[in-house]
Write a protein that binds this ligand. Structure first.
Ligand code: GAL
Length: 426
């Protein structure tokens, strides 16, 4: 029985905005009153290594099937959408939506839905026979008041420990650490025995990303999942322990310019400059693009303390209300939803398909491992990548972590996280 898709997005009947089932207005009108599908503007944050390649694979499929529609790539750079989401918010605010945008399944998507910014896709799901194509619990994460609002293209794993076999060998370590305690000991050994970076870190959001793995690795899956439910206890000793672990682990990272994104931090591992990096499996897509060899240039394991748990997230594409080229957006969503589109996109992106009927033979090395883990692991939702917290909570966690990177004050961080949970209104 799969657990941990999180109740955060469960359909709640209280205080709901009425979301109508009718389509958006505007758009180009052809002579027959129907929209002419001339171009489609697709918004994402996939501009960097691995990510852009995945998008390109799906765009190539789109261009082949829709040669008459110009594809406008409106991607805004910045890992995990840090910049893109701000740009998107102002466009939506100004009622200038792109034709389709990337959003994470879960609490993040619910924000757009509650704000009335998305069209329901129920009839699209019926026409494309999608209700059976995706796991039921994933559909629940994109459903509100009985309406489905996006098309998931993948499942990513957040809790992956990437490591350099060469650096571990140099440090005299025999394999990946399995617990947080072993991890801290291994970081210390790397520091003492080599000149390499023990744990490679990038921009601030990569510390937020690290935090969710340390919380999961310290608390275990049930207590981690309970953090994102109403009245969660953020003040207890176990959370204190997790935050102390976070502080200790951060002590083994290098200083990076705030502008250094996840690619640089991950590349340090495959270049043999760092022993470890905790990053989502989009790193697998990037390593593939770099031509690096799995099990030689890099290896992987569940992040310490999280073996048997898949901390999942899912990228999905939406149909915003008032999409200027609605008909073309629907054609884009068809590619996103299709088995062919997903099997082109995911091997390059470093994710497994959201569809249940993908061609498993296309998923090799790390991705073969991920597919197997996905079918056997317990589930936890990613905090940083949109599953468990709404925008407000997300921002407050980021602010608290940002201050902590300067102060390293655990009690202050814990207080701020407890307050963020209370303030979230989720
Ligand atoms: C995540 C997103 C992934 C990947 C990553 C790094 O939030 O779901 O697809 O792009 O950010 O940018």
């Amino acid at each position: 029985m799969r657990r941990g898709w999180t109740a955060a997005v469960a359909v709640s009947l209280a205080g709901l905005l009425a979301v109508t089932a009718c389509g958006g207005g505007g758009g180009e009108q052809g002579g027959d009153g129907k929209q002419a599908a001339t171009k489609v503007e697709v918004f994402s944050w996939w501009t960097g290594g691995g990510e852009a390649k995945g998008l390109e694979a799906m765009v190539a499929d789109f261009k082949k099937k829709q040669p008459g529609i110009e594809f406008v790539n409106a991607a805004v750079a910045g890992g995990s959408g840090t910049q893109a989401k701000a740009v998107l918010a102002s466009r939506l605010q100004a009622n200038q939506p792109p034709d389709s945008f990337q959003g994470h399944a879960g609490a993040e998507l619910l924000g757009y839905i509650k704000a009335g910014q998305l069209e329901p896709l129920n009839s699209f799901y019926d026409e494309q026979k999608l209700r059976e194509a995706f796991p039921q619990q994933l559909i629940e994460q994109i459903t509100y008041q009985g309406n489905i609002y996006s098309v998931p293209v993948n499942i990513h794993r957040s809790n992956v420990l990437w490591y350099s076999p060469a650096v571990l060998k140099e440090a005299g370590l025999s394999g990946a650490p399995k617990t947080i305690e072993e991890f801290i000991a291994a970081l210390k050994t790397v520091k003492e025995k080599t000149k390499k970076i023990p744990l490679s870190l990038g921009a601030q959001w990569t510390a937020d990303h690290l935090l969710e793995s340390v919380l999961l690795g310290t608390l275990g899956v049930d207590a981690y999942n309970a953090l994102w439910t109403a009245n969660a206890d953020w003040s207890g000793p176990q959370v204190t322990k997790a935050l102390e672990n976070f502080k200790t682990i951060l002590g083994y990272t290098q200083q990076e310019a705030a502008s250094t994104d996840w690619q640089v931090a991950a590349k340090n591992v495959v270049d043999g400059k760092a022993a470890f990096n905790i990053m989502g499996d989009w790193a697998a897509g990037y390593f593939k693009e770099l031509g690096k060899q799995p099990k030689q240039d890099y290896d992987w394991a569940a992040s310490p303390g999280t073996d048997g748990v898949y901390m999942w997230l899912s990228d999905s594409f939406t149909l915003p209300k008032n999409a200027p080229h609605r008909a073309a957006a629907v054609e884009w969503l068809k590619i996103c939803a299709s088995k062919e589109g997903q099997d082109l996109f995911n091997p390059a992106k470093g994710s497994i398909p959201a569809r249940k009927d993908a061609d498993r033979s296309l998923y090799k090395d790390y991705l073969a491992w991920a597919l197997e883990q996905w079918s056997t692991n317990k589930l936890a939702g990613s905090m940083w990548h949109g599953v468990t917290v709404n925008d407000r909570w997300h921002t407050e966690i980021d602010t608290a972590v940002g201050l902590f990177l300067g102060s390293r004050d655990v009690p202050k961080l814990q207080q701020a996280l407890a307050a963020a949970a209370k303030n979230s209104g989720q």
